[in-house]
Design a protein around this ligand. Sequence first.
Ligand code: CA
Ligand code: CA
Ligand code: CA
Ligand code: CA
Length: 419
Amino acid sequence: MKQLQLVILIALAMISHKTVLAQSMIFTTKTFAATQGGPGGEFENNELLVIDGHLLDARHFVPNTALSTMLGDADGDFNFNDFDKNIDAIALATNSQAPNMTGLLLSVDQTMEVMGGTVVDGDVFAIEADGQINVIYPEVFFATATQTSTIDVDAFHEAADGTLYFSFANDEVTTSNSLATQNNGAANLDESTVFMILPGSTMAQIAFTKNDILQVVSTAMGTTFSTIVDLTAFAADPASPGDFIFGIGSTNSAIEGRLFSTANGGSFPQHFGNDINSATLGFIDEEVLEGIAFLPTDKNTFRLFSPTTVPSPAGTHSYAVEGATPFQIVQLFASHSVFPAPSTLTVSNMSGFPYIYVNPSDPLFGISVQSLDFSRYASSTGAATITFVTNNLPVGLRITMQAVDVATNTISMPASAGI
Ligand SMILES: [Ca+2]
Ligand SMILES: [Ca+2]
Ligand SMILES: [Ca+2]
Ligand SMILES: [Ca+2]
């Protein structure tokens, strides 16, 4: 009987040519995206988005307000809104790296001011608990490995065996004869080239040339494409070991916003039985996807949003949560923000986000705990909106919040308001 089941499974595997997504996929868009999913109806290009086994369409995973709250007040204007550059690469951090706030490594597409300095577009970095940026792989590492000069990394992936994969945002010229040879004799490395660095090596090889990527796209689409403009995202395909999933920069409406897998020579990753593209992600328009990473498991995240623009000093403030236990209580905790670096405590005996940004000894914290205005029952879909009204408060007085799903004792990432 067992053998028969095995034969059936093998037969099923052989007729299945599609990659099926079982893990949470974290990603970002290249530009602002209007969406049917999630509060506010919009995603910014400096936010981390997610689809998973619970979510049919894309939702926030880490809103830019959460990233800015973690980063702190880099420019000293008493607003937590300084994570303001497009995120162009995302990768899952391995255990070998320093603990960091989200478990993810990021790159941005412009120089960004952070506390204690700047990050540049070629850096791959983690955000630490105290708001410091920890550059795990600096730009010079990639430039040296490819014998180029200043570069912008726009796709990055660290494989389980330690092999690093990456792509550049622009065409770059190499002085390496070896790389040129691998690049069909050309010193000009196309922006859709995927490089790899094997564990222990400091020199890169070409994993996929522009033509290799074109071939995968053409095979998946069943028609020949002469350009995909750019490779914008790269990760191991969790449903097909040894294969990879990538995103492209083309704005050709036939292929814009699609993800491709190298499985079967060229195929479409699947989510809930659909190809992953702008329409199935719930976007109103076609959007170029960048920076994909897969979490090890399907993870239902509990998420708190503040409005994407800092509200005026006085008025009604509306905070949305998603991913809470349906029909159970969501509690918002608030305290006055600490500047310039956020004050953090390590969470114990709670699940979700590992740090507390609200200050339990602040008087506002006690008020938020006791106020009915700060708690709501979640809807049947685990959503709730919490609103409160403030009077005009001076510059320098801001509020940091986190939400708790009381039924599961799960804490959200932080949000903040310019109140
Ligand atoms: Ca982005
Ligand atoms: Ca600021
Ligand atoms: Ca970058
Ligand atoms: Ca690229």
